[in-house]
Design a protein around this ligand. Structure first.
Ligand code: GAP
Length: 462
């Protein structure tokens, strides 16, 4: 059974994320800008950790995947060949009643349901006014290359990182002498002029993707598709600590499949606004390489020496979004509990994604305690992601660390000056142990391993 998420959770998270420095509205002092956000000191750390976990699983721990970084603006022919210029569009409808809002035709029913209105009625979700005829709206942002703003100079901000991998397929084969199957992975910003962005940072106009194209021999694609679906589902549970009950793999219906896909599964999370996509895994067949081969006139086939055979490889693509994983981790980790008559807010983040792993807290601001605590924190920095905090009472500082998900806190008190020992407090159970300062790094390492094991238990629901 999935856990029913709190309906007000997103509002709670928006406030916590702003207050603690995870997420700020972009250009806020000018009133913000729709569906664009900035990430504060803690959000930046959390995002980096998400990317690092992906990079570790998809590149560092594997011997069959090469990384790449390609430009955001590419030759516009790339987007003609890929089908984005002709078909990367959503159906747009205008309200011709009082509010004049614009909607995605295929989101009308959901938007009306969200506002408590009959989804069967074709009318404006906001003001119930009549709607115009749908027209196709291309989601790519356009700009001009060079000083002249003319059609011939039109270029696009990439709407996905994937095409950078396809157009470099032959370069990577030639420079690495890779044999099939192998993958090319890339992480970077993408841009879509979404008609109905929203749900906080779920649907943005500028977002970050982590994509991998796994090139393989036709005929081996079905098995590899199954493998990558299972592997990507596993990653969320074991590497990020997302709870299994709130995750599912949903196969696409035939009429939902993208034009390039033979099969696709979404990894979905149960958000307060319903099950929604975190990552798509698609069998893209030879669609992209064949399209670029045709359009560019360059040979993008692969020569299999052993079989003395030349063919255009098939591709399995797991494509994830950093921002969606970010909001998932906040939703999944957020917890409230009663402690001595007060509500304690805890972000039960996996220790490898939490912005900080260890907070060092002197009991008071007395110079002799600060000095010792600062030197302890300095020594721990090379091994752990640490924070030093000496503001406010120790109780409030523990609460703040709980709220930002720091799994361990080290408290330096007056006894520490005498016994050269400190107290380690653990976030989830609030248990405390006293350890000698010289054994602190090893003790913290062991405690973090215990936190990792608990995160896995929590994710697996045991
Ligand atoms: N190359 C395939 C591709 O781009 P997609 O399903 O359109 O597939 C992959 O995007 C992932 O990128 C999504 O699962 C989601 O995590 C993220 N993503 C896509 N559009 C987004 C948006 N407007 N805002 C935030 N994340 C988005």
């Amino acid at each position: 059974m999935s856990e029913a998420p709190r309906s007000d959770l997103i509002e709670t998270l928006v406030s916590l994320a702003k207050q603690r420095g995870f997420v700020y509205p972009s250009s806020e002092i000018y009133g913000g800008i729709n569906a664009l956000y900035d990430f504060g000191p803690l959000g930046t750390r959390l995002r980096r950790n998400i990317r690092n976990r992906w990079w570790r699983a998809m590149v560092e721990l594997r011997d069959d995947i090469e990384p790449i970084e390609t430009s955001i603006i590419m030759n516009p022919q790339v987007w003609v060949a890929s089908g984005h210029v002709g078909g990367f569009s959503d159906p747009l409808v205008d309200c011709t009643g009082t509010c004049r809002k614009r909607w995605r035709e295929d989101h009308l029913a959901a938007e009306r349901t969200e506002r408590g209105k009959d989804p069967e009625v074709r009318a404006c979700p906001e003001c119930d006014g009549p709607l115009g005829e749908p027209r196709q709206f291309n989601l790519m942002f356009r700009t001009f290359l060079g000083p002249v703003e003319e059609a011939a100079a039109t270029v696009y901000l990439r709407p996905e990182t994937a095409q950078g991998m396809f157009v470099n397929f032959q370069n990577v084969v030639n420079s690495t002498r890779r044999r099939l199957p192998f993958g090319i992975a890339q992480n970077g910003r993408s841009f879509r002029n979404e008609i109905s962005p929203g749900n906080y940072i779920f649907r943005l106009r500028e977002f970050e993707q982590m994509e991998m194209e796994y090139f393989c021999e036709p005929g081996t694609d079905d098995g590899l598709f199954e493998y990558w679906c299972a592997e990507r589902h596993r990653w969320y549970i074991e590497d990020l600590g997302v709870r299994t009950v709130n995750l599912r793999l949903r196969p696409h219906e035939k009429d939902e499949l993208a034009h390039y896909a033979k099969a696709a599964n979404d990894v979905e999370y149960l958000f307060p606004f319903g099950w929604s996509e975190l990552e798509g895994i698609a069998n893209r067949t030879d669609f992209d390489l064949s399209a670029h081969q045709k359009h560019s006139g360059r040979d993008l086939s692969f020569y299999d020496q052993a079989a003395n055979r030349r063919f255009v490889p098939y591709v399995i693509e797991p494509a994830a979004g950093v921002d969606r994983i970010f909001i998932t981790l906040l939703c999944d980790a957020y917890d409230e509990e009663e402690v001595r008559g007060e509500t304690r807010v805890v972000l039960r983040l996996h220790p490898d994604v939490a912005p900080f792993q260890v907070a060092v807290l002197p009991l008071s601001k007395k110079p002799e305690l600060s000095e010792l605590a600062r030197s302890v924190e300095h020594d721990l920095r090379s091994r752990f992601a640490t924070e030093y905090d000496e503001t406010q009472s120790i109780g409030r500082r523990y609460r703040r660390q709980d709220e930002i998900g720091t799994p361990l806190a080290v408290t330096i008190d007056f006894d520490s000056l005498e016994d050269r020992a400190a107290t380690i407090r653990e976030r989830d159970g609030m248990t405390q142990v006293r350890v000698p300062l010289e054994g602190l790094p090893a003790a913290l390492g062991e405690q973090l391993d215990a936190c990792r094991a608990r995160a896995l238990d929590r994710a697996q629901g045991s």
